[in-house]
Design a binder for this molecule. Sequence first.
Ligand SMILES: NC(=O)c1ccc[n+]([C@@H]2O[C@H](COP(=O)([O-])OP(=O)(O)OC[C@H]3O[C@@H](n4cnc5c(N)ncnc54)[C@H](O)[C@@H]3O)[C@@H](O)[C@H]2O)c1
Length: 312
Amino acid sequence: MSRVALVTGGAGFIGSHLVKKLLHENYKVIVYDDLSNGSGKKNLPKKINFIKGSILNEAKFAKSCSKADVVFNLAVKPLPMSFDNPEEVVKVNGLGTLIVAKTCTQLKKKLIHVSSSESYGTAQNVPMNESHTFFPTTVYAASKAASEYYVQSLHESDGLKMVIVRPFNCYGPYMRDDVYAAAIPNFYHRITKRKPPIIFGNGKQTRDLTYVEDTVNGIFLADKRTKAIGKALNIGQGKETSINQVAKMMIKQYSGITETSVSSKILYKKERKGDVRRHFADISYAKKILGYKPQISLEEGVNKYLQWALNE
Ligand SMILES: NC(=O)c1ccc[n+]([C@@H]2O[C@H](COP(=O)([O-])OP(=O)(O)OC[C@H]3O[C@@H](n4cnc5c(N)ncnc54)[C@H](O)[C@@H]3O)[C@@H](O)[C@H]2O)c1
């Protein structure tokens, strides 16, 4: 019998890739999403059961996940919203996660909760392992940190079977360009219009950029490997790259693929509030517990992204 997964936020960027991965691994998939942000249903395969609903609707969520063996929780309100409407971000990312975790506890469902490297804030020491302090620099990051504590506490008090996954910045096809970490799609839109990519700050800020197929493989392995239960694990590339390097790499690759000459100029704008300065993941724990190993280098991933974007 196939394992049944319910994916909250399954219509979103990472969620839609996870859904395809789970179908490929012979899971039956229920997507539970209120379609409030993200790209809607257009990136979802036909072979799923789609339920339009909010994780804040406790009764509907409980009914929807009664047939699932495992819940992957990816429903989220994005970082930029936390500047204009922090209450909504806390409601969905914090209270919403509590409702998901409480329901999974009551119905005895396994929960794979997708948190974020944003919870750590800027690196105090590198590479950043799972014991790195939480020092959130935005309400979004704080809501993701809080979400982990709700999941962790129900594991401790009521035996919730859970795994927490902390992805570092993820990129790839179907990535939205209206989110905070959308450097790659935004650079692409500028380069393709022959305009210089815009960087906020001096571009020396670093990220551990991970291709979405590697990220979803890490999330999938969190369900697969029973050793992971009760643990929190970083999922990243395990490499640090500055935003300047990303912009230069994209200009070079775009010129090569399209056989056009593109100016290497970059437009620098004022640093954004809450932007972390440095992210560099230690992924040794995920390697040990999950057997996770990223397969796609940044050069390959950027190339794959550009090939996809140029054919869109
Ligand atoms: N994208 C990244 O680089 C990144 C990095 C680290 C962690 N994450 C985490 O991965 C998860 C997915 O992120 P993403 O980038 O795919 O986000 P996304 O914004 O593309 O998708 C989020 C989905 O959640 C849905 N949603 C919002 N509110 C909801 C609600 N109340 N009930 C049900 N569904 C709701 C949206 O409609 C959307 O389809 C999040 O938990 C995020 O914190 C993302």
